[in-house]
Design a protein around this ligand. Structure first.
Ligand SMILES: [Zn+2]
Length: 286
């Protein structure tokens, strides 16, 4: 995995989220897990060489961040925001297992041999939960887990002050398409403003390359552009379907690795979510 600082590692070049880990003087903390079995088993081996795995933290409930949790079951407890439990691992069609089998067949055929039989599979959800902010001290490192709702209801950032690094999960999609399908865009903008207050040199986004605080206004601007485009459509009297037909930002950024064909679906679900939100029908996360 890519070395971000002396004790922080992340992978930004694989299908799924950007998982990472932090080495402390008393073991290792994992932040999100790979979606592909060969990658998650490799990550587990790499981290075990650096110390005992003490905690696994999930930044959100979507399957691309939590599918690999299974492979850490029994090794360490899982921590996350309390709001992620209800929706943990839910997928738009089928079960988390059947959905993942399709992904693995397509993008990680060798990983099929590592998949457990369905009867043995479980999501390994978090058992350490918090509502606003939680400080985790381990060895020589401090981890601040902070609720940053927006992309999802239970979104968090994991700030490691000593390393001047923050893992922001899908609050930032760096130079790739932003997924709005479960979003409260207003809360999201608030959370991005909050991230500006952290003293960090590196941001590990949920998707795309490692960035820094210079990227925060770009992500905020992209969310505002999306809201404005749909708001203008509504002002012109367009129906939701007409907005879907006429609004797309696919020319702006590529879709993250391995999901190129999802581009039109991402646009459609973004329009629908923001349309409802602007009509007062959206869920508020703050
Ligand atoms: Zn994601």
């Amino acid at each position: 995995m890519e070395r971000v600082t002396k004790n922080v590692y992340a992978a930004t070049d694989i299908r799924g989220c950007n998982p990472g880990y932090v080495v402390t003087s008393d073991g290792v903390v994992i932040i999100d897990t790979p979606q592909l079995p060969t990658k998650v088993v490799k990550m587990r081996e790499e981290t075990l060489k650096k110390g005992q795995i003490r905690f696994l933290i999930n930044t959100e409930h979507h399957i691309d961040h939590i599918f690999g949790n299974f492979f850490f079951a029994g090794l360490c407890p899982v921590a996350a925001h309390e709001n992620i439990l209800k929706e943990f691992g839910t997928v738009s069609a089928g079960t988390p297992y059947s959905y993942s089998v399709e992904v693995v067949k397509k993008d990680d055929p060798e990983g099929m041999a590592l998949m457990p039989p369905e009867k043995d599979f479980h999501l390994n959800p978090p058992t350490i939960l918090f509502s606003h902010r939680m400080t985790l001290r381990l060895g020589d490192q401090v981890f601040e887990l902070i609720h940053t709702p927006g992309h999802t209801r239970g979104q968090i950032a994991v700030y490691i002050p000593k390393e001047k690094v923050v893992f922001v999960g899908d609050t930032i999609f760096c130079e790739c398409q932003t997924w709005f399908h479960a979003a409260d865009p207003d809360a999201w903008l608030w959370s991005l403003d909050f991230l500006r207050t952290l003293d960090v040199d590196y941001i590990v986004p949920g998707h795309g390359p490692i960035c820094n605080k210079d990227y925060i206004p770009k992500q905020s601007a992209f969310i505002r552009e999306w809201i404005t485009a749909v708001a203008v459509g509504i002002a012109k009297g367009w129906s939701m379907e007409e907005c879907v037909q006429r609004i797309s930002f696919l020319d702006r950024y590529p879709v993250d690795i391995g999901q190129e064909s999802a581009g039109p679906m991402i646009q459609q679900r973004a329009v629908e979510r923001i349309y409802n939100f602007l009509q007062g029908k959206g869920e508020r996360y703050r």
